[in-house]
Write a protein that binds this ligand. Sequence first.
Ligand code: HEC
Length: 110
Amino acid sequence: MLCLCALALAGCRPSLTPSKPLSELTPRELRGHQVYQAECARCHYANSQDGLRGPGLEGVFRKKYLASGLPANDHNVEQSILYGRNMMPSFGNDLSQQQLDDLMAYLHTL
Ligand code: HEC
C-alpha cells in the first residue's frame, strides 16, 4: 500500500534514489560543486529534475538520456558545457581543464 502511494506521488517522472550528499563529496567533487555554484546553478537545479532556465540536472548521469534526447554520457555533457546548446552559453573559454574535470566529477554525484 505504501509503495502504491509513493508511485502515485512520483507521477510520471522516473523516481530517483537521492544524490550523494554534499557532506560525502570527495575534495575533487567539492571543487566541482563550487564551479557548479558559480557557473551553472543560476540556470539548473542540482537537486531537482524541474526546469529553471535549463533542465534540472538531478540524476543527470543516472538517467539514460539528457533533456535533448542524446545519450547521457561524458562526451555529450562536455560538448554542451564547452560549446553551449541553444539558449545555454558556452563555457569553453571560462573553465580550465581542471575546473571542467572537477565539474564533471561533481555532476556524476547528482
Ligand atoms: C544562462 C543559463 C544557463 C547556464 C548558465 C548553464 N546552462 Fe545548461 N542549459 C541551459 C539551457 C537553456 C539548456 C537547454 C538547451 C536546449 O535547448 O537543449 C541547457 C542544457 C544543459 C544540459 C543538457 C544538454 C542536453 O543535451 O540536453 C546540460 C547537461 C547542461 N545544460 C549543463 C550545464 C552545466 C554543467 C552548466 C555550468 C557549466 C550549465 N549548464 C550552465 C541553460 C544554461
